[in-house]
Design a protein around this ligand. Structure first.
Ligand code: ADP
Ligand code: ADP
Length: 216
């Protein structure tokens, strides 16, 4: 049976950080909708141009565009055994679409770790987040610094600060999360797959909570 894990939580909760850990541990692809959008923006594709008009404002990219992009990603053969989803779904309509997509693989969403931390912590994390331009791996200037300033430990790629991580946009993104994405907490709770994870703990402790949730 394939294993599909959806990491749910506000911007800055630690989804990307933990997705990398889980993907490595379980040898599953890490599918980050934000990374795919940023890749398209970097390459100047039509999808990238459209997505950027929303991303730069801290708004969600429309459901139809996002769902089509993820559907395309799922058409690749590496997803048949499962995947770690990070940043998708972000709305109930996306969650319904995901459920339909997974039926094609005889799969379903097996577990939804819901990672949270207080708002002040999220803001502090995003303000100090540095992202690798090539692999999307994230660092924090204080909480998780790279070995060498400005350079990714994993692939030597150059680290940058995301435009949408500036303070004004971050506050709006957290509001957007509350309005549009937080309903997914009950959505997945009702389906019996939600696992609450305290994200306000050191990275290794959050990983340990996730590993415990995976065993249930
Ligand atoms: P998300 O994908 O949910 O937006 P990230 O994984 O990108 O979150 O993490 C946001 C920032 O916080 C990054 O700079 C990351 O290094 C840092 N971070 C992630 N988890 C923790 C943690 N448990 N403690 C401290 N900093 C963290
Ligand atoms: P974070 O890691 O801080 O939560 P992401 O990298 O996941 O941020 O997403 C960055 C931006 O990309 C979002 O603010 C939104 O504009 C867009 N985006 C990412 N995933 C989705 C999605 N599933 N639906 C709509 N927009 C999305």
């Amino acid at each position: 049976m394939p294993t599909y894990i959806v990491l749910l939580g506000p911007p800055g909760a630690g989804k990307g950080t933990q997705a990398k850990v889980l993907a490595e541990k379980f040898n599953l692809p890490h599918i980050s909708s934000g990374d795919i959008f940023r890749e398209n923006i970097k390459n100047g594709t039509e999808l990238g141009k459209l997505a950027n008009t929303y991303i730069s404002q801290g708004e969600l990219v429309p459901d139809d565009v996002t769902i089509a992009m993820i559907r395309e990603r799922f058409s690749r053969s590496d997803c048949v055994n499962g995947a770690i989803l990070d940043g998708f779904p972000r709305t109930p309509a996306q969650a319904d679409a995901l459920c339909e997509m997974l039926k094609e693989f005889d799969g379903r969403v097996n577990l939804v770790p819901f990672i949270t931390a207080p708002v002040e912590v999220l803001i502090e994390r995003l303000a100090g987040r540095w992202t690798c331009r090539t692999c999307g791996r994230v660092y924090h200037e204080r909480f998780n610094p790279p070995k060498q300033h400005g350079i990714c430990d994993a692939d030597g790629g150059d680290l940058y600060q995301r435009e949408d991580d500036k303070a004004e946009t971050v506050v709006h993104r957290i509001e957007v999360y509350q309005k549009q994405t937080a309903p997914l907490i009950d959505y997945y709770k009702e389906r019996g797959v939600l696992a609450e994870i305290n994200g306000f703990a050191p990275i290794e402790e959050v990983s340990a909570q996730l590993m415990a949730a995976m065993k249930h």
